[in-house]
Design a binder for this molecule. Sequence first.
Ligand code: FES
Length: 192
Amino acid sequence: MADQAIADNEGAAAVVTEGDGVRRRDFINIAAVSAAGIGGLAVVIPLVSQMSASKDVLAESTTEVDISSLQPGQAIKAVFRKQPVFVRSLTEAEIAAAESVSLNALRDPETLAERTVEGHTNILVTMGVCTHLGCVPLGAGDGENRGEFGGYFCPCHGSQFDTAGRIRKGPAPTNLEVPEYAFQSDTLIRIG
Ligand code: FES
């Protein structure tokens, strides 16, 4: 019964199109192309809005930090891609402490040299986001608790990071993330 109805409708389409001098197959093709055209439009609009969104992301994807006034032992809190980032100038003692740790003693083994830029191992750049559940660790501000290892201390569940920002104690599984960054000059860092 349903097959019959479809057959009847197809017959009607054939009659109408043939009456207008357009072959039935052409009618079907035109209908298919029109549908594709509408579908194509629907696809293009979200693509355009995605492109403008990624432009916004690109615009804010780098952060420049002037470290000209940063003294050894101090840190700067900046914002990178809407998240806190810490730029810290390590003292000689903090560098020595980081370098004296055996990699075997580390949960996430990385040397200070691997976490910094060659020629600037005294400048540590890390995300200020605990790798446990994302709290902002203490230690970048003056007088803040830097924990047992002299780096950063996460007050949420007690993760402790050393002077290279490496996890030493507590639940955080990995070191504080080091974002991509480069020195534009001796006193200007571009993150991202
Ligand atoms: S979020 Fe930092 S220890 Fe849990």
